[in-house]
Design a protein around this ligand. Structure first.
Ligand code: PEP
Ligand code: MG
Length: 327
């Protein structure tokens, strides 16, 4: 199988009925970028910038961040990299950053990510400046974590635009364009999506956090981690609505949670209409092989029926469909 996956590297992720899926990888370290070549992926759909902050003993200064982002962009070549601004706080606390608050009881739902970044905006400004300078002469793709309401996106967007003006005023080379997106991982954002979509260049659904918030089940809890299935009708229906809405608004939409790295789940996502996946690098070969054996149109027709009238066991039904259809 290993040799089979290696041979997959140079083949595009195209379904049997000619749907070209954009298959990207999740990354966080400079060396992860090498996976693009090894796996034959289309780009980095989620670059978790907090890794650099978490592995550092001190707050990475702007110049150091900038060098790092430039290295990542250079290693990626002409393939896109979507940088996610820092998702720190809560359970990913930085030892060198003192929190004003006492310990949190529910850090995953706490003062983290965009919530922290908009308040401690010196951190976000330094990161924005570093990303903008690092992407001089290229397209910069940036997205924000844990956005729950449109104003959070708008404020983060304005902060980046102000930094762009500052970089321009200093006579530096600007990015050719800045494309702004957001993660959708807090269910509440789905209820405001119609208001936000016109302002977005792309949308990326984070199924790790989304699942724990939809089911009110801690993703790190050993007793709960396996309890709710990613293939449950609640999740599939939720995702189906979000994907349809984004496509109607002509905003590219992808999935970047771990769900997309499992072959059966990835198949189900394509069945929902998803055409962009960002997955763990180790899963690229298997997911690509699945895509190349799939008739997406046939699955989409069945999926529409299953969403209306969910079978008792969606996982078993999908597994059976895959077997019958040679996926
Ligand atoms: C997610 O929540 O699905 C996601 C991709 O972000 P992270 O796993 O970094 O929280
Ligand atoms: Mg998340």
């Amino acid at each position: 199988r290993r040799a089979e996956f290696a041979a997959m590297r140079d083949l595009p992720p195209v379904t049997k009925d000619d749907l070209r899926v954009t298959l990207m990888v999740n990354a966080g370290l400079r060396d992860d970028v090498a996976a693009l070549d090894v796996m034959g992926a289309d780009g980095i759909g989620l670059f978790r910038t907090e890794f650099q902050f978490l592995i550092s003993a001190t707050l990475p200064q702007r110049e150091r961040q900038q060098r790092f982002y430039r290295d990542v962009l250079e290693a990626a070549g002409d393939r896109p990299v979507i940088f996610r601004t820092v998702d720190i706080g809560g359970d990913k606390a930085l030892p060198y950053m003192n929190s004003d608050d006492a310990d949190e009881e529910n850090p995953a739902m706490g003062w983290r990510a965009i919530r922290l970044a908009l308040e401690r905006d010196a951190l976000m400004k330094a990161q924005a400046g570093a990303l903008i300078e690092a992407a001089g002469g290229r397209v910069l793709n940036v997205m924000f974590p844990m956005v729950s309401e449109p104003w959070e996106f708008e404020q983060a967007h304005a902060l980046f635009e102000a930094q762009r003006a500052r970089v321009a005023a200093r006579g530096k080379t600007l990015p050719l364009a800045i494309r702004y997106g957001t993660m959708l991982e807090v269910p509440a954002l789905a209820e405001s999506l119609d208001l936000l979509l016109p302002k977005l260049d792309f949308l990326s659904v984070g199924t790790n956090d989304l699942t724990q918030f939809l089911f009110a089940a801690d993703r790190a809890h050993p007793k709960l981690a396996e309890r709710y299935d990613w293939l449950s009708p609640a999740i599939l229906r939720f995702l189906s609505r979000v994907v349809r809405q984004a496509k109607t608004a002509e905003v590219p939409v992808g999935i970047c949670g771990e769900m997309g790295g499992r072959t059966l789940e990835a198949m189900a996502l394509i069945g929902l209409g998803v055409e962009r996946l960002s997955i763990t690098p180790a899963a690229v070969g298997a997911v690509k092989a699945m895509i190349r054996s799939l008739d997406a149109g046939a699955l989409r027709a069945r999926m529409a029926e299953w969403l209306t009238n969910p079978p008792r066991d969606m996982r078993a039904t999908l597994t059976e469909w895959a077997e019958e259809n040679g996926v």
